[in-house]
Design a protein around this ligand. Structure first.
Ligand code: CU
Length: 117
């Protein structure tokens, strides 16, 4: 029994080590209207744990994130986006953070979830 446990532990750690380097990606819908939004999101999100690359598409308001699967997950990344003041998919942006965004972003309504029609 003890032997079996050792084997499964080895199998598990091998599996986890493989996961370690695995890169996953996620697209998050948000609201970006100007270059400042893009800059804010790209420059801050890249420092989030496990995030490997961030690119924001201004036209479609989508954040494309590549991340290390073992270190973070899409929910954590969405949370990080909302902490910047921007909404992320269904999560509203943090209102306090939104107030600190550059005027242009606030004026244009970055960070406000799109109204569903
Ligand atoms: Cu903006």
């Amino acid at each position: 029994m003890k032997h079996l446990l050792t084997i499964s532990l080895i199998a598990l750690s091998t599996f986890l080590m493989g996961q370690d380097k695995k890169t996953a990606q996620v697209d998050i819908k948000t609201s970006t209207v100007c270059d400042m939004c893009v800059k804010t999101i790209e420059e801050n999100l890249i420092y989030e744990k496990g995030v490997k690359s961030v690119s924001v598409d201004l036209a479609s308001s989508r954040i494309h994130v590549e991340y290390t699967a073992k270190k973070t997950d899409p929910d954590a990344i969405r949370q990080a986006v909302t902490k910047l003041g921007y909404y992320a998919d269904d999560l509203p942006g943090d209102p306090e953070a939104f107030k600190k965004l550059p005027d242009c972003c606030q004026k244009e309504g970055c960070g406000q979830p799109e109204k569903k029609e």
